[in-house]
Design a protein around this ligand. Structure first.
Ligand code: SF4
Length: 346
């Protein structure tokens, strides 16, 4: 029988493990300390557990952390790490240092089933959900872990299509028994699956980023098939009804496509859509890839768009493009080809 990873289990899950193994309840907290607060990699190193407890755990469980199997570094200092997931699946994680800030862009799925027209991960299709442990391991096993200031769920996959595992990973990152990170340092980005969005807003305090890309529904439908199921008015309704308070942030991601979503009509409609909402719009350069019917807007147009939004009272920033030379930039992550390669071992 395949052993189960302890890393990625919540405190409640660990209490169930202890109950199952007839270990005292307090052992669960001892295990979570070893998993999330110390730097060990095996059950045998959990030295305050009895020898019997360690033997029982070893019979059914593994510790469950693993280092990246490959790293690539961009000329701008961005690093892309490759992690292995079960069944010869692979995921990419991107480390983006920027002065005082160091952000990690984590993946939540192997591939993605959402099929957004502008995204290479979408072209890969869906292979697997990541477990909470596989999500948190991208942080725990990162060589630069100590330098991290922010985490964004903007890597491969749609986080709200793997909601339970993403929520558990957020619990581990932010709880007292886990990594004790402030939820204000974590942003989850989604295309807006409304039932999951509601759960996320209710049960977490992390920031939200919505992939908007156009304020027009018919246009969004062409760029993002999800619009056919969960449409923009519904998403905006959920967001407008939620009290974000002063600390929690909602932002909108907007990749700029030449002649598609960068016109004055789009500026006007954006102002209408976001009127009165305390939010920020992140304008992103499109990174074209082979076979894509889309082209990126030029720098001048992006700046004009940004200035106009700011003039109209909609806070807008232009996101610096990072890691393009190693295909680590927004929308370029893909591990499709790796499954076929023989030089990467199981
Ligand atoms: Fe999936 Fe996000 Fe890419 Fe859309 S943009 S296909 S949701 S990974």
């Amino acid at each position: 029988m395949e052993k189960i990873a302890l890393f990625g289990l919540t405190l409640t899950d660990l209490q169930e493990v202890c109950k199952d193994l007839k270990l005292p309840k307090f052992v669960a907290k001892q295990i979570s300390d070893w998993l999330y607060k110390k730097n060990i990699t095996s059950i045998d190193e959990m030295t305050n557990l009895s020898k019997k407890a360690r033997e029982l755990l070893n019979e059914k469980y593994t510790f469950g952390v693993h280092a990246p199997i490959k790293a690539q570094e961009s000329t701008d200092g961005t690093k892309k790490y490759l992690y292995q997931a079960p069944n010869r699946n692979f995921i990419e994680t991107v480390y983006i240092p920027d002065k005082e800030r160091a952000t990690l862009c984590v993946s939540s799925q192997v591939g993605c089933k959402m099929g957004c027209l502008f995204c290479v991960t979408g072209k890969q299709g869906f292979q697997a959900q990541l477990t909470p442990g596989e999500i948190v391991n991208q942080i725990r096993s990162l060589p630069e872990r100590e330098k991290l200031t922010n985490i964004v769920y903007m890597g491969m996959g749609e986080p709200f299509d793997n909601l339970d595992n993403v929520m558990k990973s957020l619990e581990i990152l932010t709880s007292d028994y886990g990594f004790e990170m402030s939820p204000r340092r974590i942003t989850v980005s989604s295309i807006g699956i409304t039932p999951a969005l509601q759960t996320f807003l209710k049960d977490s305090n992390c920031h939200l980023a919505i992939s908007l890309h156009t304020p027009f529904e018919d246009e969004r439908r062409k760029l993002m098939p999800v619009e056919n199921v969960y449409n923009l008015p519904e998403i905006m309704d959920v967001i407008r009804k939620h009290d974000f308070g002063l600390q929690r942030r909602v932002s909108f991601e907007y990749i700029m496509f030449k002649g598609v979503n960068d016109t004055p009509a789009h500026i006007k409609q954006m102002c209408k859509l976001l009127n009165g909402l305390r939010c920020r719009v992140n304008l992103i350069k499109f990174h074209a890839f082979d076979g894509s019917p889309l082209e990126g807007s030029d720098r001048q147009t992006i700046e004009y768009f940004s200035n106009k939004l700011n003039e109209k009272g909609i806070r807008s920033t232009i996101r610096a493009s990072r890691g393009e030379d190693i295909l680590a930039a927004c929308g370029l992550l893909s591990t499709k080809e790796l499954v076929k390669r023989k030089d990467i071992e199981d």
